[in-house]
Design a protein around this ligand. Structure first.
Ligand SMILES: [Zn+2]
Length: 141
C-alpha cells in the first residue's frame, strides 16, 4: 500500500505484512503511523483497516465543513498522546468510494474500526474531553 507521511507528506510504500512493524517515513524518518493522523484514501483504506492490529479511529471530513475544521485540532491533539489507537482521516469529497461504502451522510463522522469492521461511530464535532471519553469506550468495546 502507499501511505502519505503525516509529517512531510512524502509517499511511502509499505508492505501489508510490515504494517504493524512501526514503519518510518523514507523522507523524514518519523513514524508513519504515530503522533499525527494519517490521510487515507479510496486506494489504501481497505488495506489499512485490514492490516492494522490496533483499533483505527477515522475522522471523515471535508474542507468546506466548518464543524470539521473545528474538530480537526481535537483529533490531531488526541493522536499525539494515544499509542493504542491508529488515527486516520478521510476527505470524503476526494474519496467518494470509502464515504459511500460506510454510508457517511453527515460530517464530521468519527468511526472506530476493530477487526476490519465499524465498532462504533458518532457524528458531530465533539469537544476534546467528550471525544477522549467516547474513543476510550469505543476502542475497548
Ligand atoms: Zn515524512
Amino acid at each position: 500500500m502507499i501511505l502519505e507521511c503525516p509529517h512531510c507528506h512524502a509517499k511511502n510504500r509499505v508492505q501489508d505484512e510490515r504494517f504493524n512493524d512501526e514503519p518510518t517515513c523514507g523522507g523524514c524518518g518519523k513514524p508513519l503511523l504515530r503522533g499525527a493522523p494519517i490521510a487515507l484514501n479510496d486506494d489504501n483504506f481497505s488495506a489499512v483497516i485490514a492490516a492494522s492490529r490496533r483499533p483505527v479511529v477515522v475522522d471523515f471530513w471535508a474542507s468546506w465543513c466548518a464543524p470539521c475544521r473545528m474538530f480537526a485540532p481535537v483529533f490531531a491533539g488526541a493522536a499525539q498522546g494515544n499509542e493504542a489507537v491508529l488515527f486516520a482521516k478521510v476527505d470524503t469529497d476526494a474519496n467518494p468510494h470509502v464515504a459511500s461504502r460506510y454510508a457517511i451522510r453527515s460530517i464530521p463522522t468519527i468511526a472506530v474500526f476493530k477487526n476490519g469492521k465499524i465498532a462504533d461511530r458518532i457524528s458531530g464535532a465533539l469537544p476534546a474531553g467528550q471525544f477522549d471519553t467516547w474513543l476510550a469506550a469505543a476502542a475497548t468495546r
